[in-house]
Design a protein around this ligand. Structure first.
Ligand SMILES: *[C@@H]1O[C@H](CO)[C@@H](O)[C@H](O)[C@H]1NC(C)=O
Ligand SMILES: *[C@@H]1O[C@H](CO)[C@@H](O)[C@H](O)[C@H]1NC(C)=O
Ligand SMILES: *[C@@H]1O[C@H](CO)[C@@H](O)[C@H](O)[C@H]1NC(C)=O
Ligand SMILES: *[C@@H]1O[C@H](CO)[C@@H](O)[C@H](O)[C@H]1NC(C)=O
Ligand SMILES: CC(=O)N[C@H]1CO[C@H](CO)[C@@H](O)[C@@H]1O
Length: 948
């Protein structure tokens, strides 16, 4: 309706005004009632930074979110205005020229009846968007709204069954009710005239079958029913929807066969039916018009129809995790970008013509099948290939050197085959490669020294082959490498200098290495697992191993080592068995504390000395600051370390006790002293600082100089911190204050006297947590994470959630830490892929390897691993196996579930055991390999509470 309502011209005021004013300006004046309405509205919408101000801008058509045609308001967007009450809504309906109203992203909890009545009468009203609010209760009944075409109520808390509430919307073309809590059957009374084109009902609790009547809406182009509880089979009549473009049925309990008549829909370009129970064969012709097909995680069986992959429009095909048999059809479309056929029972040879014509194939995943024969050298013509996964098949003969031509390849997985011959020297050309896994094959010959040319390689796994010769010295140049697995080969010689970034593991076990454990290993300050077992190493176990701060597992068994075993921290698991001359001096448990208490007076003396010296000269300061940066924590007492130079400090907390306790000077003295280090996580170091008031705080240091921190500007970082400082949840570590220096950012937190969950859970046996504490920790962490994911303005994601950054105020009060990392770490600046920065080993969801995106579902996976640790008492990685994978394997047999649980805890009572089993179910849902199938945090929390 672009012409103002004729009634307006009859308004006496307007009429007189019109008569008396000779100025042409009059035509750009607003109809007076819209001006008044807008003034009334601007008063009702009193949010703090209200962009609507009649004094600074009298023309409301220029206000933010207001769109006029001529002088009449047609579109109103109040998205993200912080609105919490709906009083203003009926007022909006006074604007009778309104065509579109967007109130998404607010905190509205109801749609008033007055609004429905008033706005329902506006004929030109076309679009109504209430998504991302807090609407609850049942769907209101819409009367009028004869022109309404678009209705979006997604991301709310609407519940109940849908009957005829929407049936009067005769012009409705697009309906989005996704992400609510609707129940019962899929609604079919959606506008008597059946004009509907888009129907989005995903992520609700709809159940029952997909109704036949859906086919009556002949103009439907999009149907999304994913993540509900639908059962039964796809109605045959679906084939009548001749305009359908997108059909998404993922994550339901649907069964039966895939209807063959889908192939008659000329317009259908995307069909997703993954994660259901579909069975039978894939119908011939299914992909005739499709671009995207996803039927993964079903029970589909039989052969892949010969023409399925050859269709000219086809771009992505995912049929992984089914029961498909037989060969891959020879004929493959050059338009194909992604082909996933992993975890089926496919056999035969990998077709050599897979990239016969210049194609776009980027992801090829054929793992866990029964493919035989050679890896075709013609794969090298797949020039776009970035991911090649042929693991767990029966492939034989040598690895073709031509694969070295795949210049974009990032991930190559060939493990668990029967490959022989040498590692091709051409692999040195794979400049983008980040993961190379050829473990558990029969490779022979040496590790080519040119492998060190792979500048982006982060994970190298050659374990379980027959490789011989010594490790090339060039390996030290692999600056990105964080995991090196060379166990169970025939390698010999001495251990050369290793790449400095190694973190996940250095495994040289079961080879023929000899000589001493070299000093150069002491540079590997990030290394977590060092396995040198089953070699011929001799000499003493060097003391520097105790200073490798990240080490959690040291396996030196079955060598020829001698002398005393140095004292390791309680959290390091050390195995020195099978070394004849090693003396295991059992350390008194409080030795670490004793060392600290001796040191304390020295610390105080030093701090006092520094304090009296006061501000040292600028020259001295800058020299020692450089020294400080280089040496970081390795610095020993005795080097004169002035406190870091504060650029800016700020209190974030509103709490008066903290505000008066926190003393920046005192804090900076504390962080200058490595003896105050309380713990280290991957990206940060925590210091304990005692304030003059006697209250202790944790001060966390983020290393500014580490290049993966993105520090666009200090201003931006400060803004982010202001937001985080306002969070108020007892299970989230909220920064109370911060200090910025040239090199570092220091964040202040409440002190958590119990340390990390990792220390308490895996630290020492005597301190084993009882079940009530573990349960309370599980619920607390889930509460914290649910709070962060549900945070009003936008979800706060965790880059790294592990037992090492969950801190305990008491054995029942966990706090989730490191919440700022997602804001400050830029994965693209890291040397490897996302999975090398996002998360700790064992907690990283499988999809991070190629999705390159931190997600809520990814966080849920990490939480699942934490739950599994609480249930099993095992760390996230033990003996080189990830806990999540171990549990998933074990859990296949339901009767073995008991064995997964930590027996020392589960045996206490039957009630405890049954609670643990209930929590185990939740944990397993969280570590589901498929991100879409993992529950949202809201439900995880609910399920955990129900397990009580
Ligand atoms: C707009 O103003 C005119 C004249 O005052 C009036 O006739 C008309 O009903 C008003 N429209 C609305 C929706 O209030
Ligand atoms: C939805 O309801 C649940 C519980 O009923 C509540 O915890 C949650 O905060 C609500 N979500 C929104 C967006 O209002
Ligand atoms: C379906 O779309 C066509 C073309 O846009 C239109 O003419 C027809 O009226 C629509 N059908 C219904 C039931 O709205
Ligand atoms: C490969 O992708 C490009 C860009 O998306 C496209 O233009 C081209 O047609 C594709 N090639 C084939 C063979 O489909
Ligand atoms: C629309 C809206 O959110 N109005 C609010 C304006 O502020 C008062 C007082 O803070 C609230 O009561 C209203 O709900």
């Amino acid at each position: 309706m672009s012409i103002p309502n004729s009634a307006m011209f009859m308004s006496p005021f307007f009429f007189l005004f019109f008569l008396f004013s000779l100025s042409p300006l009059v035509f750009s004046q607003q109809p007076s009632n819209q001006t008044n309405t807008m003034i009334t509205l601007s008063q009702l919408l009193n949010n703090t930074n209200s962009p609507w101000n009649v004094i600074t801008e009298p023309n409301h058509c220029k206000w933010k979110g207001v769109h006029c045609t001529g002088s009449s308001i047609t579109h109103l967007s109040l998205s993200g205005f912080g609105l919490s009450t709906s009083d203003f809504l009926p007022v909006v309906c006074k604007i009778d020229t309104l065509q579109a109203l967007d109130v998404s992203n607010n905190q509205l909890s109801s749609i008033p009846n007055d609004f429905i009545t008033a706005c329902g009468g506006i004929d030109g009203f076309k679009l109504l968007n209430f998504s991302r609010n807090r609407l609850d209760g049942s769907l209101p009944t819409f009367h009028g709204f004869l022109g309404l075409q678009f209705l979006d109520l997604s991301y709310n808390n609407l519940t109940g069954e849908i009957g005829r509430e929407l049936d009067e919307l005769v012009s409705l073309k697009s309906l989005n009710l996704s992400r609510n809590l609707f129940i019962k059957s899929i609604p079919t009374n959606l506008g008597k005239s059946k004009a509907l084109e888009q129907l989005e009902l995903s992520v609700n609790q709809f159940q029952g079958v997909i109704p036949d009547q859906i086919a009556d809406f002949g103009n439907l182009t999009l149907i999304d029913l994913s993540v509900n509880r639908l059962s039964g089979s796809i109605p045959d009549r679906i084939g009548e929807l001749s305009k359908l473009e997108v059909l998404i049925l993922s994550s339901n309990n649907l069964s039966g066969g895939i209807p063959a008549n889908l192939s008659n829909i000329v317009t259908l370009s995307r069909f997703a039916a993954n994660q259901n129970n579909f069975n039978g064969q894939i119908p011939v012709g299914l992909t005739r018009y499709l671009k995207n097909l996803d039927v993964s995680y079903n029970n589909l069986s039989g052969l892949i129809p010969p023409e399925l992959l050859s269709q000219p429009h086809l771009q992505t095909v995912d049929m992984s995790f089914n029961l498909l048999e037989g060969p891959i059809p020879e004929d493959i479309s050059s338009s194909l970008v992604r082909l996933r056929l992993g975890s089926n029972s496919l056999s035969g040879e990998i077709p050599s013509l897979i990239c016969a014509t210049l194609g776009n194939l980027t992801y090829l995943e054929l793992e866990n099948n029964s493919f035989t024969g050679m890896i075709p050298e013609q794969l090298s013509s797949c020039r776009q290939l970035t991911l090649l996964n042929l693991a767990q098949n029966k492939l034989t003969s040598s690895v073709p050197g031509q694969l070295g031509n795949l210049s974009l390849l990032q991930v190559m997985k060939l493990q668990l085959n029967k490959l022989s011959g040498e590692i091709p020297s051409q692999f040195a050309q794979l400049q983008m490669l980040s993961t190379l896994n050829i473990s558990w094959n029969s490779l022979t010959g040496p590790i080519p020294s040119s492998i060190a040319n792979l500048a982006k390689l982060t994970n190298l796994n050659l374990q379980g082959n027959n490789l011989n010769g010594s490790i090339p010295n060039s390996i030290r140049n692999m600056d990105s490498l964080i995991e090196l697995q060379l166990g169970e080969n025939r390698l010999n010689g001495t251990i050369p200098m290793m790449p400095i970034k190694l973190q996940i593991a250095l495994n040289l076990s079961s080879n023929f290495f000899e000589g001493f454990i070299p000093n150069s290993l002491s540079y590997l300050t990030g290394l977590e697992v060092l396995d040198l077992s089953n070699n011929k190493l001799s000499g003493e176990i060097p003391n520097f191993l105790t200073e490798m701060r990240s080490l959690t597992q040291l396996i030196l068994s079955n060598n020829q080592l001698s002398g005393d075993v140095p004292e390791f921290g309680a959290y390091v698991s050390v195995n020195v068995s099978g070394n004849l001359n090693v003396r295991n001096v059992t350390a008194p448990p409080e030795s670490a504390n004793r060392k600290r208490s001796v040191a304390v007076p020295i610390v105080i003396a030093l701090a006092a000395a520094l304090f009296t010296i006061g501000v040292v000269t600028v020259v001295a300061l800058s020299i020692s600051r450089r020294f400080y940066r280089v040496n970081d924590e390795q610095l020993q007492l005795g080097g004169d370390v002035p406190p870091p130079q504060v650029i800016h400090g700020n209190l974030l907390t509103a709490n008066a006790i903290h505000r008066s306790s926190i003393c920046f000077t005192k804090a900076m003295e504390a962080v200058a002293d490595p003896l105050n280090i309380a713990l280290k996580t991957r990206f940060s170091t925590y210091y304990k600082a005692i304030m003059p008031s006697g209250v202790s705080y944790f001060i966390k240091k983020l290393n500014w100089s580490d290049k993966i921190f993105q520090l666009g500007s200090h201003d931006k970082f400060e803004q982010e911190l202001e937001v985080l400082g306002k969070l108020n949840n007892s299970n989230v570590m909220t920064p109370l204050a911060y200090v910025l220096t040239t090199d570092n950012a220091y964040l202040f937190y409440e002190y958590a006297p119990k340390g990390t969950l990792f220390d308490v859970l895996h630290g020492s046996v005597e301190n084993a947590l009882d079940w009530p504490s573990r349960y309370s920790i599980a619920v607390g962490v889930a509460q914290g994470l649910a709070f962060l994911h549900g945070y009003t303005s936008s979800p706060i994601l965790l880059l790294d959630l592990s037992c090492k950054n969950i801190l305990l105020k008491s054995t029942k009060e966990p706090q989730v830490g490191d919440i700022e990392l997602c804001k400050v770490i830029d994965p693209s600046k890291s040397t490897g892929s996302l999975s090398t920065v996002a998360g700790s080993v064992g907690y990283i969801p499988p999809e991070y390897a190629y999705t390159m995106r931190v997600t809520m579902a990814g966080n849920v996976y990490s939480l699942g691993v934490v739950l599994l640790e609480l249930l099993t008492g095992k760390p996230a990685v033990s003996e080189g196996t990830e806990l999540a994978k171990w549990v998933l394997r074990y859990s296949a047999q339901r009767d073995k579930w008991d064995h997964i649980l930590d027996y020392s805890v589960s045996r206490t009572s039957l009630a405890v055991k049954s609670q643990m089993l209930a929590v185990l179910k939740v944990a397993m849902a969280c570590v589901n390999v498929s991100p879409e199938s993992r529950p949202k945090m809201k439900s995880v929390l609910r399920m955990l509470l129900n397990a009580r």
